[in-house]
Design a protein around this ligand. Structure first.
Ligand code: AMP
Ligand code: FE
Ligand code: FE
Ligand code: ZN
Length: 297
């Protein structure tokens, strides 16, 4: 690990407030990484993590932007996983981005997401005027492709007012156009990320609706396998679920975070709408061995 100068060098040189879950146009956010960091700075944040879905492609640009604004950056990623039928998102921080096994897995997910998005578009095109070119026009080159890009194409075609309406309408599984994409199970992700020196926190672990929370015994098994914590303060978590997770976190001495899940204009979420305490940021930094945070000069 680079940048370790002395015994106390990993002590906090960062300052809050901290928001550890932000997306750029390298996945399904609408702003380039540098703009995401600038937006976070404008909202008063001083420590941030860029956590694009299944890619580290935005790290370099985000690091440069954070440096020039005097902010601390924790390079991160939101790793797509699947437990039974549930889509599970695992926030992964400060891992080695060149780890061969981890890269192979994220390459596989991103590759499969392309074919899957093409299948969804082909399904939709049976009933609506939508082409794959429409989706490509809404996607930054080499970005992790997802349903949000199809939503943007539907908006451009006048078939939805915004992403939210597209997700509640044509993109909703009940409409019959949905297709799944490949994702590893969460135990595999915890193994890959911790082996690469990173720290794993379950993103929005207790949403309402179909995905719901993973069963408690599964959460405990994931903690035994190296899971570090839960993102508890997130607008999609239910109050009842948060109470359960706070109890587990206290019992198992876990890291708990709060964050915005900012997607630029793609979602109403605002940088800093939830934040993570300095003590918890410090625990993430102390636990990681894969990559150093990018500190202000
Ligand atoms: P995918 O991973 O391709 O299945 O798409 C899931 C992504 O869509 C998530 O990362 C969310 O950020 C985004 N998403 C889900 N529901 C909505 C919504 N109602 N409005 C905007 N974005 C959404
Ligand atoms: Fe997203
Ligand atoms: Fe997510
Ligand atoms: Zn997210």
């Amino acid at each position: 690990m680079a940048e370790v100068e002395g015994a106390r060098s990993r002590a906090p040189r960062f300052s809050g407030p901290s928001d550890l879950h932000l997306h750029s146009a390298r996945s399904d956010g609408t702003e380039p990484p540098a703009e995401v960091i600038a937006s976070a700075h404008r909202h008063g944040l001083r420590t941030v993590a860029l956590t694009d879905h299944d890619t580290t492609a935005g790290w370099a640009e985000a690091a440069e932007a954070a440096g020039s604004l005097g902010m601390t950056l924790l390079p991160g990623m939101e790793f797509s996983a699947k437990h039974e039928w549930r889509s599970v998102h695992l926030l992964s921080y400060l891992f080695d981005p060149d780890d061969t096994a981890l890269r192979a897995e994220t390459d596989r997910i991103r590759g499969d997401r392309v074919g899957r998005a093409e299948r969804i578009v082909s399904n939709i095109s049976r009933d609506y005027d939508l082409t794959w070119e429409d989706v490509l026009a809404q996607t930054t080159r080499d970005a992790t492709v997802g349903r949000p890009h199809i939503a943007d194409a539907l908006v451009a075609r006048g078939l939805a007012r915004d992403r939210g309406e597209a997700f509640d309408g044509i993109l909703h599984p009940r409409e019959g156009y949905y297709e799944p994409h490949y994702a590893p199970d969460p135990f595999r992700v915890v193994e890959l990320v911790t082996s690469a020196g990173g720290v794993v926190v379950v993103a929005h672990p207790t949403p309402s609706g179909r995905s719901r929370m993973m069963p408690e015994p599964v959460l405990h098994a994931l903690i035994d396998a190296g899971l570090a914590g839960f993102e508890i303060d997130h607008r999609e978590n239910t109050e009842a679920g948060k109470r359960v997770l706070r109890r587990i976190a206290a019992d198992r001495d876990l890291i708990v975070t709060g964050s915005s899940d900012y997607h630029g204009r793609g979602k109403p979420n605002i940088p800093g709408e939830n934040t993570t305490s300095d003590a918890m940021v410090e625990r993430i930094i102390e636990r990681a061995t894969g990559t150093s945070p990018v500190y202000p000069a």
